[in-house]
Structure formats: C-alpha cells, structure tokens
Design a protein around this ligand. Structure first.
Ligand code: AMP
Length: 396
C-alpha cells in the first residue's frame, strides 16, 4: 500500500490545501459534545497551517440526501474547531460556487476555513465527475484525513483526487500504518477475535480472515450459529439456523488454510436478555432448551488468553458477549484487559475497531492501551474484509 504523506508536499506556502476531514461529531442543542474526531485531525490542520498553507476543510455531516437541511449544517461545529485548533476558523455557507470561491479568495496563509456540508449536493455521493472537478478547482493540493469515509467513492474523497496531487493526512497515515501492521504485513502468529450479533453481516470478513490469520476466535451471538452448525443445541439463543452451510464452509476454508477456529467451550446462559438475569456457566454442548447464551465462559477465556500469550498480532472486531449488560460483559472485559497488558508489555500488536468494538473496549477501560483502536465503522470492516478502499486507492 503506497501513498504520499504531508512530508512529500513541497513548497506548500500560500498553497490552497483542500483537506477532507471527518467531523461528523455528536451534537446536542447545537453544541459539540465529544471532540475526539476533531482532536484526531488537529495534527494535520496545525501542521499545514503552520507551514503557511491556506487550509480549506471539506466534510460531510449526517445524511441530508443531497438537500440543504438546516439541522445538518456544519456551522455549529466551527467554535469547537477554533477551540481545538487554537485559531479562528472561518466558515463558508456552501462547499462550492460563489460563496466558497470568495471565502477562499479572502484567505491568508495559515488561515483555516470550513466549507459547508458536502452532502448538501446530490453530486457528492454520486461522485459526479464535474462536481469533483469543481471542488478540485478550489485548491492546489488535496489531503485526505478521513479514513472513516474512505470506503465511499464520493466526489470529496475520490473525484477530487483525480485532478490534484493527493496526500494522506496525519490521522489517515496513522490509521493506514496501524492497519498494515494488523493484517497487511503482520508479524505471525496472528490471532483474530470476531464477535458481535450475527454472521450474516460479517461473512466477507470471516472469509478473508480465515485465509490470513493463524487463530480465529469466534464469539458473541455469531458463535451460536457455528455451534448449531456443528450439531450442538443452542436453546433459545440468538442463532442464524439458516446459515449452517455457510458456517460449515467457513470452517472448511479455515482448515484448508491452517487457521484454527476457536469456538466457546463453555458459555454463560441466562433466562432472559436482560441485565442481571439469572445465569449459569454450562458446557457448550449442554445448553438447556429454555436458556440463551449471552457470553463466553471462563474456560473459553482462559484458552483464549493462552492463545494470545503466543500471538504477536491481534485484530479484533465485535464483543464476545452481550457486553452492555452485566454480568455478560465478563469475557469481553477479561480478554480486552489481557490484550491490553500484552500490548503494554511490548509482546503484542493489537488493532481493533468497527461497530460496537470501541464501546466494548471503552467499557473495559483499555482503549488507550491497544496499539490502535479505529473509530471508523464501515471503513474498518471493509478493510477487515480485505477490500481496497477507494479513498485510499485514490492516494496511491
Ligand atoms: P455487532 O454490531 O455485530 O458487533 O454486534 C454487537 C452486539 O452483539 C452487541 O450489542 C451485543 O450485545 C450483541 N451480542 C453479543 N453477544 C451476544 C449474544 N450471545 N446474544 C445476543 N447478542 C449478543
């Protein structure tokens, strides 16, 4: 995976740098409630502005479906940007046309300008070629710092890059380098943990992983489908019984590729899908008909930790159980903390992300202790599926 970064930009002073960012931040009553995404793009913005570029931020916000929707304006994000960047960020009420052109013309080197939501134009998500060209005409170089939007071939992620020299920003670079260490060119043995609710949403991901990793731990609701495919009774558990053949095909592919699949040997069963529901630990082949599996058991966790002790690389997506409800968070929390301590002692490279994984690792209090935790949902999953992300390919 080859891409240019900010160090490859020469003579940047006074250049107009169009920077695609992810500032799809949570808001309440017109105020930003979590600035994590803004902090992630800070290094790129501060570096470019510090080197004398005119920094023009392009971003989407929500899903306005190609129409101007006042509640999805990016204007209310400006004060938070100014605070985090430590500079007075300006705003243009359109991402193209007269308003954008005149706001850019008024910029001085080192200024930062935010353009209005790109998705107010239907041409953005359609990657309309003339819209991409129009956006590109606003700048001299293109920097993409929004990995989370890189799985979409939109005008502001792909179309624009066809007309300008394109570079990865610092956040994009960090993400791509971490992902490369996780699956691109990892140190073996590689262990993957895949959990979550259903396998139907993760078929491509499982298919890709069994061909690449040495050990694949399957947990969460999706493990039930595998247990059922092996002929075990899963009682009242969440289970995709119609996907038995698919689960068996994944297990066969794993065998062909010398990938060991680790399924729960013991499980925590409960009466109801409810916090604190009456529960017990049973062997995976002895689940009572009227009980549901809500977590992996302690013996499974021990086995998983033993495997992690020899692994050099860990890639993780999805919780091992219904982690939002105590005590069914136990396996996820224990495995996460073990991975964190192996990472901190320098024995493991750990990369995690996608869907509820960040929430689960947050719950375990270990986000800072992993090598890299990606907050990009869809893009992270597509990367785990082995797909080429169009926004990344455009930087090559
Ligand atoms: P995903 O978005 O696919 O990663 O799925 C995450 C969801 O899977 C979480 O909300 C968990 O509560 C849920 N989950 C994990 N294990 C189970 C289980 N054994 N039964 C039902 N839901 C589960």
């Amino acid at each position: 995976m080859k891409f240019k970064t900010l160090v490859d930009i020469k003579n940047i002073e006074e250049k107009r740098a169009l920077v695609r960012v992810d500032i799809n931040v949570p808001m309440e009553e017109g105020r930003v409630t979590d600035t994590t995404r803004i902090e992630r793009i800070r290094p790129t913005v501060v570096e470019l502005a510090g080197r004398g570029a005119k920094v023009i931020l392009l971003a989407h916000f929500g899903r306005p479906q190609g129409e101007v929707v006042a509640s999805m304006s990016l204007k209310p994000v400006v004060p938070a940007l100014s605070r985090v960047f430590g500079t007075d960020v300006k705003f243009a009420a359109d991402c193209c046309g007269e308003q954008a052109v005149s706001a850019i013309a008024a910029m001085e080197p080192g200024d930062v300008l935010l353009l209005e939501n790109t998705r107010f134009h239907p041409c953005e998500e359609k990657n309309n070629p003339s819209f991409g060209k129009e956006l590109a005409a606003l700048g001299d170089i293109f920097v993409n710092d929004a990995f989370s939007a890189a799985h979409r071939a939109h005008a502001s992620t792909v179309g624009i890059a066809e007309h300008l020299p394109a570079y990865a920003g610092r956040a994009m670079q960090a993400e791509l380098e971490a992902l490369e260490k996780g699956l691109g060119d990892p140190v073996h043995p590689v262990m993957a943990i895949v959990g979550g609710a259903k396998i139907s949403t993760k078929l491509d991901l499982l298919g890709n992983l069994v061909a690449r990793v040495d050990h694949l731990v399957i947990g969460g609701g999706m493990a039930n489908t595998f247990l059922a495919a092996l002929g075990l009774g899963v009682g009242a558990s969440l289970c995709e019984h119609d996907l038995g053949d698919t689960a068996r095909a994944i297990m066969e592919k794993a065998q062909e590729n010398n990938c060991e699949i680790i399924l729960p040997a013991d499980v925590v069963v409960a009466e109801e899908f409810k916090a604190g529901s009456a529960h017990a630990v049973v062997r995976a082949d002895a689940v009572p008909d009227d009980r549901m599996i809500l977590d992996a058991g302690p013996e499974t966790v021990k086995h998983l930790e033993n495997c992690m002790r020899t692994a050099k690389t860990l890639v993780w997506n999805g919780p091992l159980g219904a982690f939002e409800m105590a005590p069914f968070d136990a396996a996820t929390v224990a495995a996460a903390r073990f991975a964190a301590s192996r990472t901190q002692s320098g024995d493991l490279v750990s990369v995690a992300g996608g869907g509820d994984t960040v929430a689960a690792l947050n719950h375990a209090g270990v986000v800072e202790d992993f090598t890299y935790v990606s907050t990009a949902g869809g893009a992270f999953l597509e990367w785990m599926e082995g797909k080429t992300l169009p926004g990344v390919a455009a930087l090559g």
